[in-house]
Design a protein around this ligand. Sequence first.
Ligand SMILES: Nc1nc2c(ncn2[C@@H]2O[C@H](COP(=O)(O)OP(=O)(O)OP(=O)(O)O)[C@@H](O)[C@H]2O)c(=O)[nH]1
Ligand SMILES: [Mg+2]
Length: 367
Amino acid sequence: MKADLICSGCGATLQSENEEAVGYIPKSALDREQLLCQRCFQLRHYNKNVTVSIDSDDFLKMVSSIYDKEGIVVHLIDIFDVNGTLLSNLRRIVGDKKVFLVVNKIDVLPKSTNFNKLMDWLEREVKQHGLDVEKIFLISAEKGWYVNDLAMALEKERNKQDIYVVGVTNVGKSTFINQLIERSTQMKDAITTSYFPGTTLNFIRIPLDKNSSMIDTPGIVNKKQITHYVSNKDLKIIVPKKEIKPRNYQLNAEQTLFFGGLARLDYIKGKRQTFVGYFSNDLMIHRTKWKNADTLYERHVGKMLSPPNEETLKTLPKLVKQSFRITEPDTDIVFSGLGWVTVVDGNATVDVYYPQGLSVSLRRSFY
Ligand SMILES: Nc1nc2c(ncn2[C@@H]2O[C@H](COP(=O)(O)OP(=O)(O)OP(=O)(O)O)[C@@H](O)[C@H]2O)c(=O)[nH]1
Ligand SMILES: [Mg+2]
């Protein structure tokens, strides 16, 4: 087989020798028009995840090879997990290229979102992460929202140079590029996308003109993302696919909310007030008395309090407690990658529990 055949779905070099290794394609599939490795084929047709043995450091090294190249950068992040997807070490990966921050998956935000407030918050977050970016765009790659505006802006800015699409796993890099391909060629799903992290395995070049390309890159692994600690089944439950429906709870002090069994909020002190949960609609929220919460968790985690399911429990770090004294009204408690709770009146003391190593933070609500 010629060495330069690559899978059009994930970018892996194709080979027909080792079925277990990356890029395997049966000899019989080599005469197809669109060359796809077996893994991409199975992801597309059966939604089946074939784990590949590539080290996350290799991905980082691979993407870092663009450091000295000419081009501009689209840094894609996920609006539902800004903390886990904004790369504060981006400059060490991409060098001093122009960076456009593209915030994806805005289709999952409730209609009531105040986008001005959201933008203000994003600008502050970017600064806090020590990043400087040319401009921030909000899009939905899947729905195609604002993708044209972004494409036009990039075409103007790139000065005939390449565009590198960079970000952590699963933020929607390949989905975004597929949208652009579909717009110019009508070809659907040219690149493989999936809800499993680590879908794209190598650079995939999509020609923009004779001399330049848009380049899809493998996702960088950020171990601070909850998505790396849950089973495939649980992943399907916690990642919102549709517009999030806010859920209201009137809580008195000494009441507890469980978000599945992955996160917990104890309302320790304060007046009766509203707490609003923004989580995947499929994630169950349970309310209980604070004094019963420990026992409930011990007895029911993995069953009624799920996700985590049994499989996730094997690898999930244990829940650790943090206390917050909230003074301002409309404060969000953000469980990175899982969702957030707005404390409407403020003036509350809360204890929150989240798996060790994953971040919980506060911010002004954007509703
Ligand atoms: N709700 C929503 N989901 C999206 C959007 N864009 C992508 N997704 C979903 O996010 C998941 C990951 O998408 P991919 O395009 O494979 O992400 P990626 O960044 O290329 O991932 P890697 O190749 O693993 O780095 C898939 O389940 C997509 O359907 C979006 O705009 N909205
Ligand atoms: Mg991809």
